[in-house]
Design a protein around this ligand. Structure first.
Ligand code: FAD
Ligand code: SIN
Length: 521
């Protein structure tokens, strides 16, 4: 098996990985691996924007309070404080690197701040109307390209971490169906989320939760895996993917109607369409049940065609590509799996319980989002905590000599590339099972049934593979089982985790759910 050594290994090239790589580039050689083309990430598809307390009407303290309120009692206050306090500096830095956020005013010189659900101020910066993530990726990738100490390896997939005696020395990866061991003085996991575990999701194909699975197998603590966020509005058209319809559409006045064309949000929350995301998703789901339909409608017609086209060009043109004019008809929408609040537990410096292993972005659980993420806080998290993980990877890097020794002594387990003939069918079955049994509303019976069914596929997780689809499936099975275990253990309803058999905040609801290698800790 081939092997190579670097100073810092960064896994993932979304906002968190790129920001960490930039931080590390002045102190050593950095290798950034990514399993697809460099831009393929949730970051690239982020629409609504990036929340930051920079407008005249806003304050860091108000952003802090809004984040805690959305998190429903489970945010780590220290982590939120870091996010909102360091956020403005990270955004100004990004602007100095060339980021162009939308502006307003007669001379278009003032940053334009949008409103999204559960924010008490207009504080969402956006770019190209609804292409904020694309702009972030552009700026960060352009920056990385100018830095000679950063080596980029696309189509390179992390399979497992190299961990001995509680210390991480890098990762075994697969590149062009060949295994390669990359040794490093510090490894930063920035592999993003796991939406693909669900059959209905806004997430891109790469979001199969690999980072959670490899970290778990290596002995990292995973926390709060029951908290999967479901976005209220994804496009529901039989012939189209579940394209996200940004929260900002409701922020600008979009209205929800059931299939009988009746407004319904006032029955669920005083903030109506701008209630926290979990509440809106459950309201839609309930309304779908009451009306026996698979969708509701999002109505923008009253907002004016020119405004909609100008403010949301990407949503407008994407829907038009599927033959749907969002300015002329109410849009069929349904909730979709969107974001993982839990993940690899880190402190506010991105440190995990494994020496030499750091995590940032959606792969990490700093506790910043609690039980329910406030809209548009995750791009900011990627910038703030990506930088912090980079800083602490530098400060806590292992000595080069120790890594070289490990590299020389390392003997690879023999790779028996198994192949599972019906793996794509199993993938589809797993995703549907997770949607039906561990989705927006769960209960003991549905979770237990899912747990038992997943056991049938357990044999897959003991095997090693060389193909991306099979490696992903193995990871998806591992993390689905963890989501279910965590959801069964939490016998109460908090934030995005709602159990119909325990609908209130009961018992020890303020405890976090943490696992390390099969044990609850
Ligand atoms: P990602 O951007 O997902 O990057 C993960 C990277 O890891 C990718 O490069 C991927 O290829 C790579 N990777 C994964 N597994 C492996 C592996 N095994 N080996 C190698 N590489 C691997 N948040 C906001 O704040 N505002 C928004 O407006 C917003 N809109 C969104 C819209 C959509 C459609 C989606 C899906 C999410 C949105 N979010 C938004 C959430 C936000 O985009 C993500 O949480 C954030 O971008 C995550 O950044 P990240 O760097 O952690 O991961
Ligand atoms: C959106 O634009 O609605 C997504 C925002 C987010 O997930 O933070």
């Amino acid at each position: 098996m081939n092997r190579e050594q670097t100073d810092f290994l960064v896994v993932g090239s979304g906002v968190a990985g790129l920001r960490a790589a930039i931080e590390l580039s002045s102190v050593g050689r950095v290798t950034v691996i990514t399993k697809d083309v460099p831009t393929e990430s949730s970051t690239e598809y982020a629409q609504g924007g990036i929340a930051v307390a920079l407008s005249d009407e806003d304050e860091v303290g108000i952003h802090y309070e809004d984040t805690l309120r959305a998190g429903d009692g489970l945010c780590r206050e220290e982590a939120v404080k870091v996010l909102v306090e360091e956020g403005p500096e990270r955004i100004l830095e990004l602007i100095s690197w060339g980021a162009e956020f939308d502006k307003e005013g007669a001379k278009k010189q003032k940053l334009a701040f949008g409103l999204e659900a559960a924010h008490s101020r207009k504080r969402i910066l956006h770019a190209g109307g609804d292409s904020t993530g694309k702009e972030l990726e552009r700026v960060l990738i352009d920056k990385v390209r100018t830095i000679p100490s950063i080596k980029r390896l696309p189509f390179t997939l992390a399979v497992d971490l190299i961990v001995e005696d509680g210390t991480c020395y890098g990762a075994v990866v697969v590149s062009e169906r060949r295994p390669l061991a990359i040794f490093a003085r510090a490894t930063v996991l920035a592999t993003g989320g796991l939406g693909q575990v669900y059959s209905i999701t806004t997430n891109p194909q790469v979001a199969t939760g690999d980072g959670y699975a490899v970290a778990y197998r290596a002995g990292a603590v995973l926390e709060d895996m029951e908290f999967v966020q479901f976005h209220p509005t994804s496009l529901y058209l039989p012939s189209a993917p579940h394209f996200l319809l940004t929260e900002a559409l409701r922020g600008e006045g979009g209205k929800l109607l059931n299939v009988r064309m009746e407004p319904f949000m006032s029955r669920y929350h005083q903030e109506m369409e701008l209630a926290p995301r979990d509440i809106v998703s459950r309201a839609i789901f309930t309304e779908m049940g009451h009306t026996g339909s698979e969708h509701v409608y999002l109505d923008l017609r009253h907002m004016g065609a020119d405004f909609v086209k100008g403010r949301f060009p990407r949503v407008f043109s994407t829907c038009l590509r599927y033959g749907f004019d969002i300015t002329a008809q109410p849009i069929p929408v349904c909730p979709a799996a969107h974001y993982m609040m839990g993940g690899v537990r880190t402190d506010v410096m991105g440190r995990t319980n494994i020496k030499g292993l750091f995590a940032a972005g959606e792969a990490a659980c700093t506790g910043v989002h609690g039980a329910n993420r406030l809209a548009s806080n995750s791009l900011l998290e990627g910038l703030v905590y990506g930088k912090r993980a980079g800083q602490s990877a530098e400060e806590n890097a292992l000595p080069s000599a120790e890594v070289s020794e490990k590299e020389k002594a390392f003997s690879f387990p023999s790779v028996q590339p198994h192949s599972i003939p019906a793996h794509d069918e199993i993938r589809g079955d797993l995703r549907r099972l997770m949607w039906q049994n561990a989705g927006i509303i769960r209960n003991e019976d549905s979770l237990l049934e899912a747990e038992e069914k997943i056991e049938r596929w357990r044999y897959i997780t003991g095997k090693s593979f060389l193909s991306r689809r099979e490696i992903e499936l193995k990871n998806m099975i591992d993390i689905s089982a963890l989501i279910i275990r965590a959801a069964r253990l939490r016998k109460n309803s908090v934030g995005a985790h709602f159990r119909s058999d325990y609908p209130g905040k009961e018992g020890n609801w303020q405890q976090h759910t943490s696992f390390v290698k099969g044990r609850k800790v």
